[in-house]
Write a protein that binds this ligand. Structure first.
Ligand code: AMP
Length: 117
């Protein structure tokens, strides 16, 4: 079996990190190197290496990630259109992926540039 990802260790409580959200399919915690005042990582409990490698059977998990993002944004007070948030999924080297366990970045709390870098 391949070694657990850092995110799997957080989900399994082997590495301490307060969870900002959890349900049957996903867990969320603050990014250790935040790029905005709000920077939460939303991670499927089932390891999907990266979004482009998800399978048809992962549909519910993929949906759960986005539904969780909406709930977390609401909970953190950034879902109002006067504020707002951005979701980012990095797949592969050119996108800057560093952890091979799919995750959604939720960024908020400042004005975010477009196009992204
Ligand atoms: P990515 O570059 O899309 O793969 O994102 C990986 C993210 O995981 C980066 O933003 C890192 O700062 C974050 N990260 C790495 N290790 C940890 C950790 N132990 N706890 C929280 N976030 C982490």
């Amino acid at each position: 079996m391949s070694e657990k990802t850092i995110f799997q260790k957080i989900i399994d409580r082997e590495i301490p990190a307060p969870l900002v959200y959890e349900d049957d399919l996903v867990a969320a915690f603050n990014d250790i190197n935040p790029q905005a005042p709000v920077h939460v990582l939303i991670v499927p409990k089932k390891v999907i290496s990266r979004v482009g490698e998800a399978m048809a059977g992962d549909q519910a998990t993929l949906g759960a990630l986005l539904l969780a993002a909406g709930k977390i944004a609401e909970k953190l007070g950034v879902s109002d259109r006067g504020k707002g948030f951005r979701l980012v999924i990095n797949h592969g080297r050119d996108a800057g992926e560093t952890v091979p366990h799919m995750h959604v970045h939720l960024l908020a709390g400042r004005s975010l540039n477009w196009p992204p870098g």
